[in-house]
Design a binder for this molecule. Structure first.
Ligand code: NAP
Length: 279
């Protein structure tokens, strides 16, 4: 079984590699998560809007794993941001997930009403104080919004900003700001939605180590300080391959070549949800 290192930031005991579940329906989640646990994944990323929290809960409950041994993230959808409703929505998530708490609770997108983000952040922190989650964070916040959120919540309160990050989207400016506030960057779409799995440069680099392009892309992310990656797959072979990355290291030269692949290429930018992006 593969051992995944933990990140060490803000007391966040989060494995640096997690299992993403976006666009995986309940049947697929029930089939693939046991394979993922078997392969060594101990970090699962879901969201209210994915419609698969019940299947994640089922897979966890039947896994034989102790609850404390799996790092579980969910995200509050934007239509539950009203402060009272946010807490109700989290309780509903916990029921579906068959647990008393999640490890990390995120605001899924920075879409706020007339009163701005503060009342929702207040309620997010309340969820933590009430024991519904161990950590809180944000997702898809741009630099300005991240700074606003940190300044409202206080340094050290927000654990992560989960954003799109992969070899084709370098996120240099945001990374600097997250580093300054000691926030983890949780990289979603770490395989650029499979667009990088045939990249010739990544294949060439991987050939030195007997690894695939996808494995190089994930290793590149997880070798970085305070970066976690959460690739998704419905394929057990891919699930096993994606976690088999902690037995090799990239060289400075490899990293320099990968750095040149950055095309500021953003895949996930829904018009009705996206902030003004920084790149
Ligand atoms: N916060 C947010 O707004 C947000 C947005 C998007 C995603 N996310 C999170 O991030 C996770 C990952 O993002 P994602 O699922 O959109 O994209 P991704 O992980 O970059 O790519 C998933 C795609 O890559 C393929 N794949 C996976 N491993 C592979 C391998 N070893 N070789 C070849 N192909 C491979 C998968 O197909 P197969 O099934 O065939 O392997 C699937 O088509 C999501 O599941 C979700 O948890 C969060």
């Amino acid at each position: 079984m593969n051992e995944v290192p933990l990140l060490a930031a803000n007391d966040l005991d989060m494995p640096a590699l997690g299992f993403g579940t976006f666009q995986l329906d309940e049947e697929t989640v029930k089939a693939i998560l046991p394979e993922a646990f078997e392969a060594g994944y101990r970090h699962v990323d879901t969201a209210q809007v994915y419609g698969n929290e019940s299947a994640v809960g089922h897979a966890l409950a039947t896994s034989g794993l102790a609850r404390k041994d799996v790092f579980l993230t969910t995200k509050v959808w934007i239509d539950r941001y009203d402060p009272e409703d946010l807490l109700n929505s989290v309780r509903e998530s916990l029921e579906r997930l068959q647990t008393d708490y999640v490890d990390l609770l995120l605001l899924h997108w920075p879409v706020f009403g007339r009163n701005g983000m503060n009342p929702t952040l207040e309620s997010l922190m309340r969820a933590c104080a009430d024991g519904l989650t161990r950590h809180v964070g944000i997702s898809n916040f741009n630099i300005d919004q991240t700074q606003q959120a940190v300044s409202f919540c206080g340094e050290g309160v927000l654990a992560t900003n989960q954003v799109e990050y992969h070899v084709y989207l370098g996120q240099q400016r945001l990374r600097r700001v997250l580093g300054r506030h000691n926030l983890v960057l949780t990289a979603y779409m770490p395989l650029a939605k499979a667009r990088c799995v045939n990249d010739p440069v990544l294949w060439e680099i991987g050939s030195q180590y007997g690894k695939t392009a996808a494995q190089v892309a994930l290793r590149w992310l997880t070798e970085q300080d305070r970066v976690a990656a959460i690739p998704a797959t419905s394929n057990p072979h891919h699930a096993r391959a994606n976690i088999d990355i902690f037995n090799f290291s990239l060289s400075d030269e490899d990293r320099a070549r990968i750095g040149k692949l950055d095309k500021h290429h953003r895949i996930c930018a829904p018009e009705d949800l996206s902030p003004e992006w920084d790149d």
